[in-house]
Ligand binder design. Structure first.
Ligand code: CU
Length: 150
């Protein structure tokens, strides 16, 4: 009887973990993660992504990491007194039931010190971490360089 209980307990635990993972991946959907291809000597790259919050709560992105870069920051391109610059944001809020698209000229991810030169067949995996502890791995694609103006 004890043995049966133990098996039942592990089964429940297993089911529970799977349910938690499924809920996490549904409450926020992260897609179209792409990196603008840069010359092999570039020390900083730019990435864009779409974040869709399906949940009933505000989701706050507070860090993005990838082992191929020394650090990743959330930036926004701004124009102040006709001068283009960027400001750093420590986090990015995605309101309930809404979608935020990071795109050239607006919010973007700044990727510092690539450890290898990336080309179009590379598929690095990024981890998006939220204030509530949710962590979502997302595979990036590298796009041929078109836009130098980020
Ligand atoms: Cu930037």
């Amino acid at each position: 009887m004890k043995k049966v209980n133990a098996i039942f307990f592990f089964l429940l635990l297993f089911l529970n973990i799977n349910i938690v993972l499924a809920e996490n991946s549904q409450k926020i959907h992260i897609y179209d993660l792409w990196i603008n291809e840069a010359p092999p000597t570039a020390t900083v790259l730019v990435a864009y992504v779409v974040l869709k919050n399906n949940s009933k709560r505000l989701m706050t992105l507070n860090s993005v990491s990838c082992p191929l870069f020394s650090s990743i920051e959330i930036h926004r391109s701004i124009i102040k007194n006709d001068i283009a610059s960027m400001e750093r944001h420590s986090m990015l809020e995605i309101p309930s039931k809404s979608t935020i698209k990071l795109s050239p000229g607006d919010f973007h991810l700044m990727l510092f010190n690539p450890k290898i030169p990336l080309n179009t067949h590379d598929t690095p995996i990024f981890t998006f971490s939220f204030l509530d502890g949710t962590q979502i791995p997302v595979t990036a694609t590298i796009r041929k360089r078109k836009d130098m103006t980020h």
